[in-house]
Design a protein around this ligand. Sequence first.
Ligand code: ZN
Ligand code: ZN
Length: 121
Amino acid sequence: MEWYWWVLIIFWTGGFGWLADNIRTALRNRHTRRLELLEAGRQERLAVEAANKPPEPVCGCTHHLAKHDKQGKCHERVELPTAWDEQKKPVRFESGQCNCQQYVGPQPLSQVYAEDLTDLA
Ligand SMILES: [Zn+2]
Ligand SMILES: [Zn+2]
């Protein structure tokens, strides 16, 4: 066999190996991109679902509106600090009542829940 056959064989095998590697990588990349696309679509769907969902009736005190009585007084139990250290950091807590007076003035709902909506976006 002539010497250049060996060169050709090495080139072919090496070259084909390299080509196969590239194809494999390309396929893998496409697979990853597809997964990314699927994930992006899922996120989008979740965002749309969340946007269509009626906002949770949560008061500014973070407690559900159901926890408030007709006067707007919140009845949820909260931890109230009773002792502070030198850095004014509360060190002891005592169970107490949330002192929220749920504002019931003429405030449009969109403003009340604006924080929630921007969080979702
Ligand atoms: Zn409240
Ligand atoms: Zn409350």
